[in-house]
Design a protein around this ligand. Structure first.
Ligand code: ATP
Ligand code: MG
Length: 320
């Protein structure tokens, strides 16, 4: 068995003979973990998910899902995967429960095997008391939660969640986050796309950022925040009797190769930024104390965020 849940080999999609949407993508997605799949609008995330879930023909390359070849073993793959699509797929004239039943029947699951599970999943999504309402009467957020749930009724080993929290309020978002985390505990391989960087940071064990169909960065959220972006911004106060050192302290920090910038702020504060600065903070502290006899008082730290990483890599312009 392969060590990866999913591995892609030069996976490529060209639409209409000209539009290169996914460009020789080589992803290595660990098994039993949550993998964040990020990128600006039009980057090729949904196209990749559609190819991996056998919905869309591949132009070039291939992939393996739990060891099965995406081109030669599609039937095996279909049994193993669950997909929560970006666009809602619901039968409006059916109740939520009937929608779930329909999916279960498509997967040839016996009613005795899915009835209890359906109620358990509806309960987790706080939808049990509305389970027998037609979904046309559901709000957008309720529809989204049902769609998330329908992706997993057949207990797939690999689950694709394409923007599962789009349009959800903060409470519902948290319900979906807990729902997704529970699958990780069951050792399922999860691919999550989202435009919410807090969500990506909190949920992903590893992630890839793609743009124009190519990977532009990959690693754990921690690794990426330590390497890319504006750095951790560290501010501190110098006591009155040490203020004479302030410009020297700033100059010294500026010369430190780990420091991106340093400046004086107000009457007595110094601020500087360093990639992976929080982890290096005791080094900065000791250095300033040994060189100038100053201590860093009233520390304030603003950590580099995944949003900073994302903007740094993809720029600030709109893509479509
Ligand atoms: N059916 C299609 N026919 C032609 N071009 C398409 C089709 N679907 C997507 N595309 C194009 O492929 C590119 C990638 O689209 P895709 O939907 O994969 O992006 P995405 O990363 O999922 O974006 P978003 O964050 O907006 O969902 C875009 O340029 C898009 O216009
Ligand atoms: Mg998409």
């Amino acid at each position: 068995m392969t060590e990866y849940g999913i591995e892609t080999f030069d996976l490529t999609k060209i639409y209409d003979g000209t539009l290169l949407a996914v460009d020789e993508l080589n992803l290595k997605i660990p098994k039993g973990k949550i993998f964040g799949f990020l990128g600006p609008n039009g980057a090729g995330k949904t196209t990749t998910i559609k190819m991996l879930s056998t919905i869309l023909p591949i132009t070039k390359g291939t992939a393996q899902i739990l060891g099965y070849d995406l081109i030669k073993e599609r039937k095996n793959i279909r049994k193993l995967i669950g997909v929560c699509p970006q666009e809602l797929v619901l039968w409006d004239k059916l109740t939520a429960r009937e929608n779930i039943q329909l999916i279960a029947k498509m997967h040839k699951i016996h009613p005795t095997d899915y009835k209890e599970r359906a109620d358990e999943l509806l309960g987790k999504m706080n939808l049990l008391d509305r389970a027998d309402d037609l979904t046309e009467k559901y709000s957008g957020g309720m529809k989204r939660r049902i769609n998330v749930l329908m992706a997993v009724i057949h207990e797939p080993e690999v689950i694709f969640f394409d923007e599962p929290t789009a349009g959800l309020d903060p409470q519902s978002r948290r319900v979906v986050w807990d729902f997704i985390k529970d699958f990780e505990k069951e050792n399922k391989t999860i691919i999550l796309t989202t435009h919410n960087m807090e969500e990506a940071d909190d949920l992903s064990d590893e992630l890839a950022i793609i743009d124009y169909g190519k990977i532009i960065a990959e690693g754990t959220p921690q690794e990426l925040k330590g390497k890319i972006g504006r750095g951790d911004i560290i501010g501190f106060r110098l006591l009155d009797d040490k203020l004479e050192f302030r410009e020297k302290v700033v100059e010294d920090l500026e010369q430190n190769p780990a420091v991106l910038w340093a400046k004086s702020l107000g009457k007595e504060r110094v601020s500087f930024s360093a990639l992976d600065g929080l982890r290096k903070i005791s080094g900065f502290y000791d250095e300033l104390e040994s060189k100038f006899g100053v201590k860093m008082h009233d520390l304030v730290i603003r950590q580099n965020t995944l949003e900073d990483v994302f903007l740094d890599l993809t720029g600030r312009t709109l893509r479509d």
